[in-house]
Design a protein around this ligand. Sequence first.
Ligand code: ZN
Length: 101
Amino acid sequence: MILNGCAYEKEVMQVLSRGGWPAACPVELRTHVNACRSCADMVQVTASFQREREVAASAARIGTPGALWWRAQLRRRNAAVERIAKPLMGAHLFALFVCAR
Ligand SMILES: [Zn+2]
């Protein structure tokens, strides 16, 4: 992979950064990229990174605020039930022990 020494490198990077490759790219530049190995490699690498970034961004979505709030409320309620259930179980065992005597 060679990424230096081409006069069109800056133009190709501008088209790639705007997301205009290959639809909004001028025909002359596209023809050059097909002939220049340096620019072709740059296009391939940059397009791969852009695709992976889109995939990662779509996977990182956390959902709607309503669903997030509902999950937080459910988690808080379950924690409160667990906090109360432990002493109650001890009281039940103590009452069973007192009654069994
Ligand atoms: Zn080139």
